[in-house]
Design a protein around this ligand. Structure first.
Ligand code: NAD
Length: 337
């Protein structure tokens, strides 16, 4: 079995690659990572797997047809994580979002059809649904994205589903809630807060802090994706949630407590433009059809995540340094994942 993972040097993709290679019975597996190594890509995320001969890394752009024609022959499954993933960056300049998330996804689909890929899993987001005050979105809810990021992801979802209908490619689309865990680029709220608080710096909180996000441990997300890859029905969308909603105020409170800081470390910021109030996915479909359930509870998972950043400053210090020149853009205390 040969699996191609796009964006495998990013946060979630690298956890997924590790899960694949460490799974029992995976000795016959080959994994190719295709990653452009943008600011968010980091080969250090795969460093512990460097000696594994089943893993091949190729730096390249998913929009590059020649690279795809080089890599796709023989690939049976393609799991597509590569994306521009930060809402605030998309509000500033959306070009890279349209390039990678929209054009890149279509180029991958075309190449998958050309080379007879058997399964294509597209990793998307709950943000495509927009914002919901009460209840949770089922997969049948229409997409109503509110940022260039979420609009580009919704567009890519539609392209993936259209490819299934046009060419019969066996696709699965996953829409997950906010991920957290080790090795997340420190512009996203949890690593941003934790790394700044470790260094005794202030952290930025948008608006009134009442925006609600559902938190999902990255390893639970990866298990959900793997269930969709191996057992999901062709052409279906599966929501993947963590079952733990918090306001940003509640999240900030927990992170302050975990790092021994208090509210004097919090700077209030004007709200993000078009800031979605609440995301909430109904993930009963992936639970009932594929047996998914999150294994990490938030309190334990968050404590272990904070400990990981405390124990691994060598991973994040070089990255946080590059953020220092743009502190406001990196002020993203919401689920802009
Ligand atoms: P990330 O930003 O950490 O990683 C993205 C990876 O894609 C990086 O390694 C980057 O180098 C690579 N990449 C970007 N453009 C590329 C291109 N043109 N060609 C090849 N590689 C390219 O993102 P993440 O948080 O790991 O998210 C992975 C996927 O999950 C994304 O599709 C994102 O939309 C989705 N998602 C993430 C979250 C979350 O909480 N992080 C939530 C919902 C959905």
């Amino acid at each position: 079995m040969h699996v191609l993972v796009t964006g495998g040097a990013g946060f979630i993709g690298s956890h997924y690659v590790r899960m694949l290679l460490q799974a029992p019975g995976s000795s016959g597996l080959t994994v190719t990572v295709l990653d452009a190594l943008t600011y968010a890509g980091n080969t250090a995320n795969l460093a512990d797997l460097a000696g594994d001969r089943r893993l091949r890394f190729r730096r390249g752009d998913i929009c590059d047809r020649a690279v795809l024609d080089e890599l796709l022959p023989g690939v049976e499954s393609l799991v597509h994580f590569a994306a521009e993933s930060h809402v605030d960056r998309s509000i500033e300049d959306s070009d890279a979002f349209l390039h990678t998330n929209v054009l890149g996804t279509q180029r991958l689909l075309d190449a998958a059809v050309r080379h007879g890929v058997r399964k294509f899993v597209h990793v998307s987001t709950d943000e495509v649904y927009g914002s919901i005050e009460r209840g949770s979105w089922p997969e049948t809810h229409p997409v109503q994205p509110n940022s260039p990021y979420s609009a580009s992801k919704a567009s890519s979802d539609l392209l993936v589903l259209a490819c299934h209908r046009t060419h019969g490619l066996d696709v699965g689309v996953t829409r997950c809630s906010n991920n957290y865990g080790p090795m997340q680029y420190p512009e996203k709220v949890i690593p941003l807060f934790v790394t700044r608080l470790i260094d005794g710096l202030t952290v930025p909180l948008y608006g009134d802090g009442r925006n609600v996000r559902d938190w999902l441990h990255v390893e639970d997300h990866c298990r959900g994706i793997e269930l969709v890859r191996t057992a999901g029905r062709p052409g279906e969308i599966y929501n993947i949630g963590g079952g733990t909603e918090l306001t940003n105020l509640e999240l900030a409170e927990r992170l302050l407590a975990a790092t021994g800081a208090d509210w004097s470390s919090v700077r209030r910021m004007p709200d993000r433009k078009g800031h979605d109030l609440r995301y909430s996915v109904d993930w009963s479909k992936v639970r009932d059809e594929l047996g998914y359930r999150p294994l990490h509870d938030l309190a334990t998972g968050l404590a272990a995540t904070v400990r990981w950043y405390q124990d691994n400053p060598g991973w994040w210090r070089p990255l946080s340094g590059s953020l220092a020149s743009a502190p406001d853009r990196c002020a993203v205390p919401t689920g802009s994942v």
